[in-house]
Design a binder for this molecule. Sequence first.
Ligand code: HEC
Length: 463
Amino acid sequence: MKTFFRKIGAWLEDRTGIMAAITPILNHLVPPGAKWAYVFGSATLFCFILQVVTGIGLALLYQPSSDAAYQSLKFITDQAMFGRVLRGIHFFGASGMIIFVGVHMIRVYIMAAYKYPREMNWITGVFLLFLTIIMGFTGQLLRWDSNGVWSSVVAAQNLGRIPLIGTTLARLLLGGDTIGAQSLSRFFAYHVFLFPALIFGLIGLHLFLVIRNGISEPPKAGRPVDPKTYRKWYEAMLKREGVPFWPDAAWRDAMFGALVIIAIVGLAITFGPPALTQPPDPSLIKTTPAPDWYMLPIFALFALVPPRTESYLIFFGPVLAVGALLALPFLSGTGERSPIRRPWAVFGVVCVVIFVGALLVAGEIAPWSPRFDTKPVTEFVSYHNPQLERGAELFYKKGCQYCHMIRGEGGLKGPDLSLIGRTWTPDQLDVQIVNGKGGMPAYGGSLKQDELRAIVAFLSVQK
Ligand code: HEC
């Protein structure tokens, strides 16, 4: 029996050469002292694998069409076998991936592992960071509850404000001029095919580079990186004191990865997935939804900056952030790596962490961030006029009320509109709604003529 299996093994090895390819990777030497700080990259990878597996499970039952998506998610959550846990793992896995990608990046920055010759490791990592955030965002839209629909409306309308290419980008995102059935198919295709394919490719490249350039040795003050001598020195150091990747270094990755997976599954079983908010239809009971936590800093940032700068921020913010991150290894690609010799770099990263943390807290408690738990006006006022009733309903359904207080119900991001009919003419209202202004998205593309008229009529009688 034993020889039988050995024969199969030998046959496979002869025809594929897999072990011959993998063994050098497992045995390759890594610097000693690569301790627990080095586990966060692989933890991110474990989370990603978890996302792929649970994502496939969810895709088996999820229906990416605007009339069925919400119901199919409800079915997954309430009825399908393991559905609740599956959705939970996918949610906490996403959270884990975002946290570990951030921690991994901070670790690499503090230890200056992005310096020569690992600039491309850093650059592929920057793209992976942004793809991870985009996956979080598109995933949230796939829930296709009022929260998800509202987020995509605002995203598209803000994209539309970018000079020159804005309209094209918004159309690309939504699959048309307005949000509708076709938009959900788009988001699904992005979330399930396009971005994962890019992530797979980039992870492959990232790992290839990690092996080709070697894991960075822990930095030491007074031992700067010099491109002329570094590779030679690194090779010699490995030969002298290197340890094989498996098992000397990899057991920590395996152990931490296992802990992470156990924690995610535990959280999923204990807390379950985030509740679905009402379907994009105003007639249902309210729950207490909010954007997923990893989106809160971004919401908070947009809510805090003066409205006039918001459209610039939407465009230049990401461009500047990506530009700065990509430029980093070229601006300081050599020299000291030790954080002790780079106090300003450490100070900078501490500031960024505090800033993002503060935004997160601010987004959690902010009265000015969009409020998703408001009641439609029709629930407590009767207009005895179909157009006004419709206007009130649309005011809620189109997300106006997430930002605007009316009759004591609604968000505080925009002005209270309870008395707007006293000072604003219907024409002025028209212009404001179609074009947006300041922190308000333009609705020109997403409202039909009769819908616009109903909303304007509704607002005109608020006196
Ligand atoms: C993302 C939040 C947001 C949403 C959604 C939103 N608005 Fe606004 N709205 C604002 C902000 C912020 C202002 C103030 C703009 C300014 O400073 O010029 C504003 C201004 C207005 C004004 C002018 C009031 C005044 O006193 O300046 C009207 C009218 C208005 N919005 C109606 C609507 C309607 C109708 C909808 C839905 C179709 C809507 N808004 C959706 C944020 C929002």
